[in-house]
Unconditional design. Structure first.
Length: 132
């Protein structure tokens, strides 16, 4: 299943959480922070948990599509970084308990030009990719 995130509606932490709560149907008690986000997204394959209105079958991945991810990264670097790190943590948490990963990010429009990937590595101080 692919769910498109309207990242153009995100401007700060508050709007990040509002958009996710609306798109994924997080419960009313959603805490509007990244710990609560991880908790909700961890249960994407458990419709009985009531943490999201969007669910996938056990063993399936939900693909979160972010159009113009490069723009989102530059407009909202803190929210972008939190999204990437916490999506990885959702899967780490699941794998640590013997469950399969449940969330993948599809970053569309990231490398419209060859210089964008290099520019990102330089601006984010990300390590150079390792080639074995």
């Amino acid at each position: 299943m692919i769910v498109s995130l309207p990242a153009e509606e995100i401007a700060d932490s508050s709007s990040f959480h509002s958009v996710f709560q609306r798109v994924f149907g997080f419960p009313d008690f959603y805490g509007q922070n990244m710990n609560a986000w991880v908790d909700c997204m961890t249960y994407l394959d458990d419709s009985d948990a009531g943490m999201t209105s969007i669910t996938v079958a056990k063993g399936d991945l939900l693909i979160l599509r972010i159009d113009d991810a490069f723009d989102f990264r530059h407009r909202c670097p803190d929210q972008y970084d939190a999204l990437v790190e916490c999506a990885a943590f959702v899967n780490y948490r699941r794998v640590a308990t013997g469950e399969p990963p449940v969330l993948a990010l599809l970053l569309v429009g990231w490398a419209d030009s060859p210089n964008r990937a290099v520019e990102h590595r330089q601006s984010s101080h990300a390590p150079e990719p390792r080639v074995d």
